[in-house]
Design a protein around this ligand. Structure first.
Ligand SMILES: Cc1cc2nc3c(=O)[nH]c(=O)nc-3n(C[C@H](O)[C@H](O)[C@H](O)COP(=O)(O)O)c2cc1C
Length: 256
């Protein structure tokens, strides 16, 4: 029997509704209140990854202070020129790539990295030597693996050809298989490898299986990820794309 007061059906529904309302207010408040904190954490994480890919990250020091060694610029990819009108502080490469006003679709032949659209511009992060020449350039790269788009940074020395490091900060490949792109031992193989041949043809490659050091092409190659041929191929393809004329090659050639 339906009782009176808070034990009645209306009372029960009323309490449930009130509880829902209170919870939704708390969740909404948390979402709005925490958004800037999340954004700040994302920015810090990005900076940390950029520092780490060139081996400059020191966990005992402030990330912001260390990041001051970097010069952040926005580059127009087609020409390879710096885009003077765009403030790097307000530029978001992922948003630019999704917006038809600031990106263009890629044809099947062009889209070897499986990214569908390419932004007109990209950030680049530079570390200079005392004489003003470039010591390191860190380039954002992304491309499709097996299950996901891998987002990361490719770091080159000032010659534009020698790889300093490659690391991914966002992907959903399988841990233990494609997820081994995060394995420090695998990542360490990239240091000193050559991204291009003498004619500026992109040659960096993840093999299927181990590198044969006596092969002359070994200077461009790292070992395949065991049981993850498709992720390995995805990494090769994204490197080939971002090192090509469609990617950062015009910029790299201008600054070397
Ligand atoms: C549960 C599961 C997860 C897998 N995850 C990956 C992966 O992250 N990357 C990948 O390349 N292959 C992954 N594979 C393996 C692929 O399905 C495929 O067999 C393999 O990439 C083919 O190349 P192989 O010659 O190395 O076997 C996964 C397979 C299974 C069953």
């Amino acid at each position: 029997m339906a009782g009176k007061g808070k034990d009645s059906v209306f009372g029960t529904i009323g309490v449930a509704l009130a509880l829902c309302l209170v919870c939704s207010v708390i969740v909404s408040f948390a979402a709005v209140y925490l958004k800037p904190v999340q954004q700040q954490n994302k920015t810090q994480d990005r900076k940390k990854n950029i520092l780490a890919v060139v081996g400059m990250y020191d966990p005992s020091e402030s990330i912001d202070a260390q990041f001051e060694q970097f010069e952040t610029r926005v580059v127009e990819l087609d020409s390879g020129d710096y885009a003077e009108g765009i403030d790097p502080a307000n530029f978001d490469g992922r948003k630019a790539a999704a917006d038809p006003a600031t990106s263009h679709p890629l044809s099947r032949e062009e889209d070897i990295a499986g990214i569908k659209r390419r932004a007109d511009h990209s950030e680049v992060y530079l570390v200079r030597k005392d004489d003003g020449s470039i010591r390191y350039m860190v380039l954002p790269v992304h491309g499709y693996g097996l299950w996901s788009t891998l987002y990361g940074f490719l770091a080159l020395e000032g010659d534009g050809k020698t790889i300093v490091g490659l690391s991914f900060y966002d992907h959903a490949e399988t841990p233990g298989l494609g997820g081994e792109v995060d394995n420090p031992k695998w990542k360490a193989q990239w240091a000193g490898k050559l991204a291009y041949d003498e004619d500026w043809t992109p040659e960096a490659e993840v093999l299927k299986g181990p590198v044969n050091p006596s092969n002359p092409d070994a200077e461009h190659q790292v070992d395949g990820l065991a049981g993850a041929t498709l992720t390995s191929r995805g990494v090769t393809q994204l490197l080939r794309y971002w090192l090509s004329d469609d990617g950062f090659k015009p910029f790299i050639q201008k600054v070397t």
